[in-house]
Design a protein around this ligand. Structure first.
Ligand SMILES: Nc1ncnc2c1ncn2[C@@H]1O[C@H](COP(=O)(O)OP(=O)(O)OP(=O)(O)O)[C@@H](O)[C@H]1O
Length: 254
């Protein structure tokens, strides 16, 4: 039974399976996964490399239309090809901010693009507000991505996701491409944004300390399956049910 009451459900996948390739090369990458995020919660998804974590995020985000099963948002079933309203509400932040920002667009132009696409008004004020929210002054409007540090670039990528005032952020290893010294800054920023804006986060990460610090529930994936869901406390206290999870957690802490 789904533990999250219907009225509190944000984004959800029910019995979702995803395969890539054709004929004999076809490989099941996500195998019958069901996952519900409560509104305003931070859920962490962990598991070994290649187990299907990013594929799940991409399917939820509407970037991969080729899946079996059901994806719901605020209890409404979504079509594989989402409508504009969905993209305004559900935004993704990628691992590498260099790749997610257009190299020849200044910060203001990258931030204005989604506003134009969604016919939102007050561009100047929204750009200024979101830059301040992510800790960048107005002077950064006129920088190109290559004129920013890695941490500043990720701040702009987060600003670009937040400027549409979404309710869900899908975070694909948002700090792993950054210097260790700036990882904590970006995590603190994400954490305060979540509290201030009551955002729902689904965060994929390899970093166990990050996931137990930020997330209350944690899903462990193995070979495309969601093996088990644990509270952050059970992860810390070694309360995993599955042998694989215990081994994975022990290896991740080492
Ligand atoms: N578009 C695609 N076409 C074919 N195979 C793909 C595609 N996208 C992902 N895969 C494969 O699906 C598997 C799962 O990939 P995915 O990126 O979801 O893993 P992950 O758990 O996020 O890994 P990592 O932690 O290394 O980022 C991998 O074997 C990958 O090679």
């Amino acid at each position: 039974m789904n533990p999250i009451p219907t009225a509190q459900r944000s984004i959800e996948m029910v019995d979702v399976s995803i395969a890539f390739g054709q004929g004999g090369h076809r490989r099941q990458v996500v195998d019958n996964v069901s996952l519900t995020l409560a509104q305003g919660e931070c859920y962490g998804l962990i598991g070994e490399s290649g187990c299907g974590k990013s594929t799940i995020l991409r399917a939820l985000a509407g970037l991969n239309h080729d899946y079996q099963g059901h994806i719901l948002f605020n209890n409404r079933e979504q079509q594989p090809q989402r409508d504009k309203a969905f993209y305004r509400q559900v935004q993704m932040v990628f691992q590498d901010p260099y790749a997610s920002l257009h190299p020849r667009k200044m910060v203001w132009a990258s931030l204005r693009e989604p506003l134009k696409l969604h016919a939102m008004d007050h561009h100047e004020a929204r750009i200024s507000d979101v830059l301040h929210a992510v800790g960048l002054s107005d002077a950064y409007r006129y920088r190109y991505p290559h004129q920013l540090s890695g941490g500043q670039r990720q701040r702009v990528a987060i600003a670009r996701a937040l400027i549409l005032e979404p309710s869900v952020l899908l975070l694909d290893e948002p700090t792993s491409a950054l210097d260790v010294s700036v990882q904590a800054e970006i995590l603190n920023l994400l954490s305060s944004m979540q509290r201030q804006r009551s955002l729902t986060y689904l965060m994929v990460t390899h970093d166990l300390a990050v996931v137990t610090h930020l997330c209350r529930r944690i899903g462990i994936m193995h070979h495309g399956k969601l093996l088990e869901e644990l509270s952050a406390d059970s992860v810390r206290q070694g309360g995993a049910r599955e042998i694989y999870t215990r081994e994975f957690l022990a290896a991740s802490e080492a």
